[in-house]
Write a protein that binds this ligand. Structure first.
Ligand code: ADP
Length: 622
């Protein structure tokens, strides 16, 4: 390097966001500030991985034969700590850009959390990837000296004390990579002790894929195992749990892990986890959905979304295959035929693990279903080819087993003689749905009905027309066919109906008063305890589709319905004798109609019934 081409040292102001971040970190009283070491090691590991990837296709780099490693040395007396890596390094421009300009998305979220609630800060800081700047929790000053892998780049150095500016200048560094020197604060002197460093590395960075050497004698401090490359029988449950924690920073144990090692038809290692919660907390290490994709220990892609169907996006983990061609760019990896085969294998493995869990640990499986069930339902609705594989995963409540989570197989096993269809009812909540008049017949004849009250259930049903040879049928459908002998036998037991001619007059009365609120009024053979119900007129959208439309389009108006009356019901028998145009007759008709709307979840203003109910009570007390 000649003196002339060197830039003189310059002082530069941090961007406002970073000033803010530094201020918070310097003054934080967070006790577990050891995590700064994890952040620096993680950056070093990223830089090493980028180096390894670069060298797959490019040998024109500086120090191509240097070992890929992280070295940590400390000087107790001087209270300094130095972390060195042989990764890609940074040019002067990159130093300014990466350590002075942008705070990554995690840091931004952190600042927001800090502004919201200072108290909460200490709880979240540990789980947070605040990145490089977390070093200022422990540092008086920091000096970063780096030499880029690009052969013609010059070494550069960056120095900051946590004040509003940093300095940037040329440096003497002969080997590729980055060196971070830290002068520790007085109360952070512990991090200049090797045994303490060893402890922290073990705790937070044990599975980092590159060796981490500590001290002058360069003793390796991390296990550096790619756990997924071990044989499953040789790995203890605790090791999986520990790996998951370091891998995701999720403090909650996963609901499930599954580990696959196979040589044929494709060489693959896969280690998948189902997290306890579907929602990633904002402090999670993972910023996107997707699995980590490795080949020969090189991280090819951090968030790979094409190894599982989209609805399994809550799954976390690693897939590693020796068979992936490495001489292609990251972008074109996705389109290889091998990826499609890997997806099939990985998806099959996950499905099998979920089925095993359902058999072996019902409680855990139900926890899974409650948390991730909506994703499975989405899969059934959208994945035409794969949906039958998802059917066995579905759980639901039914009218006869309301407190249990049943599977379709449970339901089929309990079907009555002569029953061919699987019956379900849609509603807004479990309690009101069991009062539905659509259930009269089924209750009376002991048919089990599945109660579906999740908004996404209507979508799911679009992909679940039948299970095995049993069609799924909505009990609210006007044209539902019932097992025949049963309905005849039932007729014989029932109370006598209003004679047809008199009933015709009653129907007219309803029609006149309700006008165009309904498309028709007619007798029903399905009702027993209930006075009336609403059904869809022939040819209109079915109930499932109406619900789907209501979900996607707030403006959607539910089509008008047919009011079906129960000709055997006491109330109607008596109503027939109340004078036609009396206020009482009209109030009763309105109330019957509103009640039917209410139970369908279609009455916009239930409180509007109150004056009428008062009127009816007064009449009853006369
Ligand atoms: P993050 O790592 O989440 O992007 P950081 O603030 O920790 O955020 O780091 C900012 C950037 O600085 C990194 O994205 C990387 O480009 C660069 N960087 C940090 N440490 C190193 C290192 N040891 N070697 C090379 N580049 C680094």
């Amino acid at each position: 390097m000649s003196e002339k081409t060197e830039q003189p040292e310059q002082t530069v102001a941090f961007k406002a966001e970073i000033k803010q971040l530094l201020n918070i970190l310097i003054h934080s009283l967070y006790t577990e500030r050891e995590i700064f070491l994890r952040e620096l090691i993680s950056n070093a590991s990223d830089a090493l991985n980028r180096m390894r990837f670069e060298m797959l296709t490019n040998r024109e780099v500086r120090d191509p034969d240097a070992e890929l490693k992280i070295t940590i040395t400390a000087d107790e007396e001087a209270r300094t700590l130095t972390i060195t890596d042989s990764g890609v390094g940074m040019t002067a421009e990159e130093l300014a850009e990466n350590l002075g300009t942008i705070a990554h998305s995690g840091a931004r979220a952190f600042i927001e959390a800090a502004q919201e609630d200072q108290e909460k800060l200490t709880d979240v800081i540990g789980q947070f990837g605040v990145g490089f700047y977390s070093v200022f929790m422990a540092a008086e000053w920091v000096r970063v000296t780096s030499l880029s892998y690009q052969p013609d780049a010059a070494a550069a150095t960056w120095y900051a004390t946590g004040a509003d500016t940093y300095t940037l200048g040329p440096a003497e560094k002969q080997t590729r990579g980055t060196q971070i020197e830290i002068k520790l604060k007085e109360d952070a002197a512990e991090f200049a002790k090797e045994h303490r460093l060893r402890e922290v590395v073990k705790k937070h960075s044990d599975f980092v894929a590159f060796p981490i050497y500590i001290g002058e004698d360069e003793e390796q401090a991390n296990q550096q195992t790619a756990l997924w490359r071990k044989q499953p029988h040789s790995v203890e449950d605790e090791q999986y749990a520990e790996f998951y924690q370091q891998f995701t920073l999720d403090m909650q144990e996963p609901l499930l892990h599954t580990h696959l090692v196979a040589d044929a038809p494709v060489q693959v290692y896969a280690l998948l986890f189902v997290p306890a919660k579907a929602e990633r907390n904002i402090f999670s290490l993972r910023r996107e959905d997707g699995l980590k994709l490795y080949s020969r220990k090189v991280l090819i892609q951090e968030y790979t979304t094409d190894l599982l169907p989209e609805y399994f996006r809550f799954v976390d983990g690693v897939v590693d295959s020796e068979d992936l061609p490495l001489n292609v760019s990251r972008e074109s990896v996705q389109s290889t035929a091998l990826m499609a085969r890997l997806k099939k294998i990985v998806t099959g493995q996950l499905l099998k693990a979920l089925k095993d869990l359902a058999e072996k640990d019902t409680e855990k499986y139900i926890a899974f279903w409650k948390e991730h069930g909506p994703f499975i339902k989405q899969g059934i609705a959208t994945d035409h080819a794969g949906r039958t594989d998802l059917y066995p995963l579905v759980r639901f409540h039914t009218t006869t087993h309301p407190g249990e989570w049943s599977a379709l197989d449970d339901y089929v096993g309990r079907m009555k003689d002569g029953q061919t269809a699987i019956y379900y009812i849609l509603g807004d909540d479990e309690r009101s749905v069991t009062r539905s008049p659509h259930l009269d017949y089924f209750r009376e004849h002991d048919y089990e009905v599945i109660t579906l009250t999740d908004p996404i259930d209507s979508f799911m049903l679009m992909g679940l027309p039948q299970y095995q040879e049993h069609p799924l049928q909505n009990v609210a459908a006007a044209d539902l066919e019932l097992p025949e002998d049963e309905s005849e036998e039932a007729d014989a037991e029932e109370a006598p109906a209003i004679p047809e001619d008199e009933f015709g007059g009653l129907v007219e009365r309803f029609k006149q008063h309700l006008g165009d609120k309904v498309t028709d009024v007619r007798a029903s053979t399905r009702l027993s305890g209930s006075v009336a119900r609403l059904v869809d007129p022939e040819g209109s959208l079915n109930q499932e589709m109406q619900r789907v439309y209501r979900l996607v389009d707030r403006e959607f108006e539910v089509p008008k319905k047919v009011l079906e009356l129960n000709p055997r019901h006491e109330i109607l028998k008596k109503l027939k004798d109340v004078p036609q145009d009396s206020e009482l007759s009209e109030a009763i008709i309105d109330q019957i109609y509103d009640s039917a709307l209410l139970i369908e979840g279609l009455l916009p203003d239930p409180a509007s019934m109150i004056p009428r109910i008062q009127e009816l009570m007064q009449a009853a007390l006369k």
